[in-house]
Design a protein around this ligand. Structure first.
Ligand SMILES: Nc1ncnc2c1ncn2[C@@H]1O[C@H](COP(=O)(O)OP(=O)(O)O)[C@@H](O)[C@H]1O
Ligand SMILES: [Mg+2]
Length: 362
C-alpha cells in the first residue's frame, strides 16, 4: 500500500500544506524543529487513531487556532481510500473514511498500516514493560479492530476495578458482587487480548530470528511473560479462576495485581537478556530486528507491506546496519526524515522535500 497525498491544515506548526508522495522513498530533510516529525505524526494518526507522542489530540492543533484538519489519500492493491480527520479545541474528533463517518476508534483500524521507526524505540528494550506492551498493542491493533475494542474495554474495566479495590481497602465496603462482575468482564476481554498476544509474539519470534541473524549474526529469542498464568484449553475460565484466587491479595493491595495489563516480553540475544546484558549496539540491533519483523508480520496478514515511517534513525545506525535497512526498504513506500541527506546510501529514485518552519518545499 502507499500514500498518494497528504494535506495539513493548522496541524502542529503547519498552516496549509499539501504534498504528493511517490510510491517509493520520500525524504524530508531540514534542521531541527522544522516540522519533520510532525509530518510523520500526521500519517501515523490515520493508522492508530492517536499520536505516537502527544498526550492529547488538542496538542496537535496549531497554537492559537481552533481546529486542525488532515486529509490523506492512499491505495492498496484493491482500491483507493480517502481519509479525513478533524479535531477541534473542545475535543471533538471527526474521522471519515471514503466520506463515511467513523464512530469508534477501532473502526479506523486496518485501513492504513504503518510501522514507525524512531530513536525512542530503544525504550522497547531498555524501558518499562508498558513500552513493550505499547509496541505489541500498536502492531496488533492496526490489524484487528476486535483486539483494540477489547483492549479499550479491558482498560476501562480495570480502572473501575482499581478504584473499587481502593474503596474496599480503605472504607471496608463489602461490594463483593460488583467486584466479581468486574472480574467476569476482565476475564472476557483479557482472554481475547491474551490469545492475540500469544499468536502475535509467536509469529514475531519466528520472523525475527533470520532477520537478526542477518543484522547481527546472533541468536534472537522473544519470550512472552504473561501477567496472569493461564491454562490453554479454556482461557476465559482460567482467567476468571485466577482473578478469584487472587481476590484477597488484590483487596489487601488495593490494586489489580494480575491480568494482561502486567504482560511483558523478554528479549534474548545469544541466551542473555538484551535489556540487562546487551551493549548499546546490540540493543539497537534488537530494535531494528523487531521493527523489520513487525513489517513482515503485517505483510503476512495483509499480503501487503505497510508504509514505513523512519524518523531520524539513519544517523543512529552504523554503516552496515544502515546498508542492511536500506536494502530492506527500497521495495516499500518509505517516509524518511533526516537532517543531512549525505547520510543516504543511494539518492536515486527518491523524492526529496525540504522542511523549513512548517513549509514543505519540493
Ligand atoms: N501545536 C503546535 N502549534 C504550533 N507549533 C507547534 C505545535 N506543536 C509543535 N510545534 C512546533 O513544531 C516544531 C517541532 O516539530 P518537529 O516535527 O518535532 O521537528 P523536527 O523537524 O525536528 O522533527 C517546534 O518548533 C514546535 O514548537
Ligand atoms: Mg524530529
Amino acid at each position: 500500500m502507499y500514500i498518494k497525498s497528504l494535506t495539513l491544515d493548522y496541524f502542529r506548526n503547519y498552516e496549509h500544506e499539501s504534498i504528493q508522495l511517490c510510491p517509493t522513498i520520500n525524504v524530508f530533510y531540514g534542521n531541527n524543529a522544522q516540522g519533520k516529525t510532525n509530518l510523520l505524526e500526521a500519517v501515523y494518526l490515520f493508522s492508530n487513531g492517536r499520536s505516537h507522542r502527544a498526550k492529547s489530540d488538542r496538542e496537535l492543533i496549531k497554537f492559537n487556532k481552533n481546529l486542525f484538519s488532515l486529509n490523506l489519500e492512499f491505495c492498496d492493491a484493491n482500491r483507493e481510500y480517502n481519509m479525513q480527520m478533524r479535531v477541534s479545541k473542545d475535543g471533538k474528533k471527526l474521522i471519515k473514511v471514503n466520506n463515511v463517518g467513523i464512530k469508534k476508534l477501532s473502526m479506523l483500524m486496518n485501513y492504513l498500516n504503518v510501522v514507525m521507526f524512531s530513536p525512542e524505540d530503544l525504550d522497547i528494550i531498555k524501558g518499562s514493560p508498558s513500552v513493550r506492551r505499547r509496541f505489541i498493542d500498536e502492531a496488533i491493533s492496526q490489524l484487528y479492530p476486535k483486539y483494540l475494542s477489547n483492549l479499550i474495554n479491558y482498560q476501562k474495566t480495570l480502572a473501575q476495578k482499581n478504584s473499587l479495590l481502593k474503596n474496599i481497602k480503605y472504607s471496608g465496603t463489602d461490594t463483593d458482587n460488583v467486584l466479581s462482575a468486574w472480574n467476569i468482564q476482565l476475564a472476557g476481554y483479557g482472554s481475547v487480548i491474551y490469545k492475540y498476544r500469544c499468536d502475535f509474539i509467536s509469529k514475531l519470534n519466528d520472523m525475527s530470528k533470520p532477520i537478526h541473524k542477518d543484522i547481527a549474526d546472533e541468536n534472537f529469542e522473544i519470550i512472552y511473560i504473561p501477567g496472569i498464568k493461564l491454562s490453554d484449553d479454556n482461557t476465559e475460565k482460567s482467567f476468571l479462576d485466577t482473578l478469584e484466587q487472587n481476590q484477597k491479595r488484590e483487596i489487601e493491595a488495593g490494586t489489580c495485581l494480575v491480568g494482561t495489563h502486567r504482560d511483558d516480553l523478554k528479549l534474548f540475544v545469544n541466551d542473555s537478556e538484551a535489556r540487562v546484558f546487551g551493549s548499546q549496539g546490540q540493543q539497537r540491533s534488537c530494535v531494528l530486528t523487531l521493527k523489520i519483523a513487525e513489517t513482515e508480520y503485517i505483510k503476512s496478514i495483509k499480503d501487503e507491506y505497510p508504509v514505513l515511517l523512519l524518523d531520524d534513525i539513519m544517523s543512529e545506525l552504523d554503516v552496515n546496519r544502515r546498508r542492511y535497512l536500506w536494502e530492506r526498504i527500497t521495495d516499500k513506500q518509505v517516509l524518511l526524515t533526516c537532517t543531512d541527506i549525505d547520510i543516504l546510501n543511494d539518492r536515486r529514485n527518491i523524492s526529496l522535500f525540504k522542511i523549513n518552519g512548517g513549509k514543505i518545499i519540493r
